[in-house]
Design a protein around this ligand. Structure first.
Ligand SMILES: *Cc1c(COP(=O)(O)O)cnc(C)c1O
Length: 467
């Protein structure tokens, strides 16, 4: 009988199998049943780099960069235009990731001075960088313009003067986009929806014409076009199409007053975190959006603009897994589900500090024992961290073999995006290393944080600094 605590969407499955919708492409079990990624066994990875550990399947990441770029470029080409792809760096950013992006021929989006610094330090040419952010400082704007960034996305009226004054002072002409709040309600978690009225991003549709006129009045600004990003982890195409159509109405109106060469429709394409997730494949998403844009342009009697997209999660997410070690196990009797039932709480050596998404967005994940296979019966489990919060959940609902034991290694797939980048030192946990695996070798992307690193920032412990 199904455990009454199990949600309806949770399917029973072979707990040793690795669903290719969720796991990176090179993930497999070796002859001993141990999980390998990029040809490297998980035990070896943990032995060398500690636990927990973020592991990126480099081949998978690189293939997703190419596939995503090709999907949008091919679709755009079929409809008589081109597509520029920006990797949204906040999903996962390290200097090696920037190099993979650069080599795959994509551009990169950054939204702070820190992200800009990593992109530049890794050698990304300025013209292939886009700068976002709803509260860019003068210093950030100054560094971006000095680096000749290809586009700055304006997010408020105030920023028009701010950017124009810095560009003028540097004697440069800066290309800019204007982020529009299309008012489209994306079907996703409230904190992931970025185009409702009552939130901080973008410009209201009714304000766009006079703000574009203002941008055009500055000789040191060059208007590239409108921008929209409706949210993240979106499975269906209708929100993207609705936003594109609303922006194209405006775009057509703006053509009366001058050039509008481009239209940037943002990112937000959803991925599978569990076997129950059914996102639209990226190539279909690209085709449906591009054809809707082409149709709308035909209706409006305007030329189809060059398109731009900003995928993050769909590239980085499925390429990464997180490895944990099991520390404590408790069978908890739960009687408030109508019938008495047991949930197996499996505590691991990380938690909300390395994956904030379950606490932040009620995100669901799946899990498998990585260090071995098991033929034990499935037990409904909850993987939890070691933080002092009951919301410190890594995997809310999944089955694990009932013989799951202390020191087993667990792997949580689809953690490549928004896990390392959202990580914290809550409870003074040190942040895990990020390693890339490919063809049997391992490269450290981000070093394991040590307690020494943590103590070094405590000014009360540093000697002779006088502060
Ligand atoms: C976060 C973000 C993206 C990327 O979103 P994904 O869901 O990772 O594809 C793209 N554009 C903007 C403006 C963003 O803030």
């Amino acid at each position: 009988m199904k455990n009454p605590l199990a949600p309806k969407w949770l399917e029973e499955r072979d707990l040793n199998s690795l669903d290719p919708k969720i796991w990176p492409r090179t993930a497999k079990r070796n002859s001993q049943g141990e999980l390998e990624v990029g040809g490297v066994g998980v035990r070896e990875l943990i032995r060398r780099h500690g636990s927990p550990l973020y592991v990126v399947d480099q081949e998978d990441f690189e293939a997703r960069l190419m596939q995503t770029k090709r999907a949008f470029s091919d679709a755009a080409q079929r409809h008589g235009t081109s597509a520029k792809l920006y990797y949204a760096s906040k999903a996962l950013l390290t200097s090696d990731v920037v190099r993979w992006v650069e080599q795959a021929g994509l551009s990169i989006d950054v939204s702070t001075g820190g992200e800009l610094a990593v992109a530049l330090a890794a050698g990304m040419p300025g013209e292939r960088i886009g700068l976002h952010g709803n509260n860019k400082s003068l210093v950030e704007i100054g560094r971006a313009i000095a680096a000749n960034v290809g586009a700055i996305v304006i997010d408020s009226e105030l920023e028009i003067e701010r950017i124009a004054s810095v560009a003028t002072a540097q004697g440069k002409t800066q290309a800019v986009r204007l982020r529009v709040n299309s008012g489209v309600h994306a079907h996703t978690h409230e904190y992931l929806a970025t185009a409702r009225e009552d939130q901080k991003f973008g410009i209201a549709i009714s304000d766009v014409p006079h703000l574009v006129a203002k941008i055009r009045s500055h000789s040191h600004l060059k208007f590239l076009g409108l921008h929209s990003h409706i949210g993240s982890q979106i499975f269906v195409v209708d929100g993207f199409i609705a936003a594109a159509e609303r922006l194209l109405d405006l775009h057509a109106e703006l053509l009366q007053g001058g050039d509008v060469p481009e239209l940037n429709l943002g990112g937000g394409f959803g991925i599978s975190y569990t076997g129950a997730d059914r996102p639209m494949p990226i190539a279909e998403m690209a085709e449906r959006i591009s054809s809707a844009v082409a149709n709308k342009c035909q209706q409006l009697g305007i030329e189809i603009p060059k398109l731009a997209f900003e995928p993050g999660r769909t590239i980085a997410g499925p390429a990464g897994i997180t490895l944990y070690s099991v520390g404590t196990i408790k069978d908890v009797q739960v009687s408030d589900a109508g019938a008495a039932a047991t949930r197996k709480y499996v505590s691991v050596d990380g938690g909300m500090s390395d994956n904030a998404r379950p606490a932040l967005y009620e995100a669901e994940y799946s899990v498998a024992i990585a260090s071995r296979t098991s033929s034990a019966t499935p037990a409904l489990a909850r993987v939890v961290g070691k933080h002092c919060e009951s919301g410190d959940i890594v995997v809310r609902h999944d089955y694990l073999p009932s013989d799951v034991a202390v020191n087993d290694l667990l792997a949580v797939p689809a953690t490549g995006a928004y896990c390392f980048s959202l990580s914290s030192n809550y409870n003074f946990l040190t942040r895990p290393a990020v390693v890339a695996v490919k063809s049997g070798s391992t490269k450290v992307l981000i070093k394991t944080e040590t307690e020494q690193d943590l103590l070094a920032r405590d000014a009360g412990l540093s000697e002779g600094t006088g502060n």
